[in-house]
Design a protein around this ligand. Structure first.
Ligand SMILES: N[C@@H](CCC[C@H](N)C(=O)O)C(=O)O
Length: 288
């Protein structure tokens, strides 16, 4: 049996997604279907798959509760078929789709995610998203040592790292100046100790100047990607924490292999992510 699935392909700073509109909330997306859609050889190809579904039709009760403030739920899956709580770049691409299709017409609107309601603002050609509250995963260790984890990358000595929760888990490490960010081998997943219960996304950061960092990322459920929005926010939070500025509200520029993102640390421990979103193709795919 074959199945036809209508899709739109989009990306945010080259973090790419297969969008699957499910406007009456009737489609089941199994992990196998997600992995086939995301496969770059037999499917459309993407770092993730995003089902666009009315919040009121979500299976998860906590998402249905968000239907009071958000019409649409971003049902985000990683390329390997696993669920993720949040995707920062995905929220902008999701917003671009809702606007293009006339499903949202205001310049500011809310979207439902597994990590709660997020507010999106149109900023000219780009989108800014309040990713909501963040927290240090182990604040006591962070305050005491500045770090709470060790990360082995590329068979080398371990680096100290800081875990940041943005609804989804992140582990951020700052590379010493002697290590070339571009030369690190991220074809294998970095090994994080202690092992995070839910797995983690790992961000490698190189400071470039005041409020300016470069980042590479190995994403949970995907592998190395060319950008990660929640990862950029975690990287800015960790870097400002190490610089002792986490109570200030600076704007950070985060350069990723796929482009440039802006991160604003907001009062109340909120963080905003801004950047581009592109919809590049529409079609129908037939999957076995
Ligand atoms: N690329 C995303 C994050 C996607 C989810 C991540 N792989 C996870 O499992 O948490 C972003 O832009 O934030």
């Amino acid at each position: 049996m074959t199945r036809e699935i209508a899709f739109t392909k989009g990306h945010g700073t080259e973090n790419d997604f297969v969008l699957v509109p499910d406007l009456d909330g009737a489609r089941e997306l199994t992990p196998e279907t997600v992995a086939a859609l995301a496969d770059r050889r037999v499917g459309i190809g993407g770092d993730g798959v995003i089902r666009i579904v009315p919040a009121a039709s979500a299976i998860e009760a906590e998402v249905r509760d968000q239907a009071r403030s958000a019409r649409w739920f971003m049902d985000y899956r990683n390329a390997d078929g696993s669920f993720a709580e949040m995707c920062g770049n995905g929220t902008r691409v999701f917003a671009a789709y809702l606007r293009r299709e006339g499903l949202e017409t205001a310049d500011e609107f809310a979207i439902a995610t597994r990590a709660g309601v997020k507010t999106v603002r149109v900023e000219g050609e780009e989108f800014a998203v309040d990713l909501g509250p963040w927290r240090l995963t182990d604040p006591m260790a962070a305050e005491r040592d500045g770090f709470d984890a060790l990360v082995h990358v590329d068979d080398g000595d371990p680096f100290s790292a800081l875990s940041v929760d943005l609804g989804n888990p992140h582990t951020v490490l700052a590379l010493p100046e002697t290590v070339d960010l571009a030369a690190i081998d991220l074809t294998r997943a970095p090994v994080v100790r202690p092992t995070p219960a839910r797995g983690t996304n790992v961000e490698l950061v190189r400071p470039l100047g005041p409020d300016h960092i470069a980042m590479r990322v190995h994403e949970r459920g995907v592998g190395e990607t060319r950008s990660c929005g929640t990862g950029a926010a975690a990287a800015a939070i960790a870097t400002s924490f190490w610089a002792g500025q986490h109570l200030a509200t600076p704007t950070w520029t985060v350069d990723v292999p796929g482009g440039r993102l802006r991160v604003r640390l907001l009062p109340g421990q909120h963080v905003e992510l801004a950047g581009p979103a592109a919809l590049v193709a529409d079609g129908t795919v037939t999957l076995p």
